[in-house]
Design a protein around this ligand. Sequence first.
Ligand code: PA5
Length: 433
Amino acid sequence: MKTKPDVNLLKNFISEHDFSQTESIVVQAMKTLLEKSGAGSNFTGWVNLPSELLGSKTLLEKIKNTQQRIGKMQPDTIVVIGIGGSYLGTKAIYEALSPAFPDNSKPQLIFAGHQLDSGYHQQLIAFLRNRNPVVVAISKSGTTTEPAIAFRMVRALMEEKYGNEAAQRIVAVTDASKGALRSLCENKGYDSFVIPDDIGGRFSVLSPVGLLPIALCGFSIDQLLEGAAEAEKELTQNFTIKTNAAMLYAAARNILLEKGKSIELLATFHPQLATLSEWWKQLFGESEGKNGKGLFPASLVFSTDLHSLGQYVQDGSRILFETFISVEKPSSDIEIPTLHNDDDGLLYLEGKLMSFVNQKACEATQLAHVDGNVPVLTLNIPYIDEYSIGELLYFFEFSCALSAYSLGVNPFDQPGVEAYKQNMYRLLGKPGF
Ligand code: PA5
């Protein structure tokens, strides 16, 4: 596995003794996960998913056939309709791999149904009128209100724009037999993909939920799965903190929680990973935040946030620790221009690479935060590409399951999400509420 955790800066906060005391708890969590003996064990289908998909190829071929069929329409826009685990992973991968400025050689991925803002959805429909869009509607339950409303709006537009041909431009990813989205597929003849019963929303990024839209945008889902499969192999076969990066990370999180830290900040100096942090927040927040327990997952993008929340991290309540995602080799680089003068005070940096300055800013920040009593651990990834992102996604899924089981909660349910839904249905006058 190319993702390497570095715990050197944790030395002042976690002793070898702390790690060895916690190891047996994490080993037990690992057994619980792999032997499917814990709470929510019927939602562990994601554990061997990467190797299974690469082994059987059936799903990958179906995705590639759909990609070819849709490619002939030369879409300029792929609209992904979904919320939570049905959209965050796709957005995380897309933004990590896409250039910072528009690249017209690939379809643009846009999202709907992840919130209920009227302006956004009104503008979306107006925008799509002048585009050549294809729609991917994703909902495991097939009944979630936010994406269902957005899909109704987008569907109406597609039918107005393309008539009977609209059905060819809509693909659904949903349950095999249940839910309104499945019924729509049958009634309207949409091409569809199944989210397996044993994979919950926030663990579904490496199923058709993430693979289909990412393939439609022209990225390599084979490489994504190869990276994830490498992580699967390593993390499911090693049973010590020293040999298993996910066990080490899960142990560190639980020790720091035990020592009074209540917030984990996922920090990066690479803004293209900002949405990966959003995905991570959902994964850990929804998996661990129950029964009055769990670290609160938050995220920071540096240097940007050094000039806002940086003050709090350095000097505010000491309830924080930081996990950095550090990238060894940037996807591209640029030199600071050599102008042979010091009129801007930057003579000492001319000719230096921007990545070098970013790296030094990262090291400086980590040292400052450790001095400020913030425990820091780092996850080093070699590069931002499909392979590394696949590996990192799987690493976080596996760590999350171990961490939640170590904490004593079911990683795979989300009973708290129901509370607002019941109130909303009642306030909206939904029959039966
Ligand atoms: O992790 C989860 O299960 C949730 O966040 C879901 O992904 C989210 O609620 C969306 O549900 P659905 O895909 O059924 O529309």
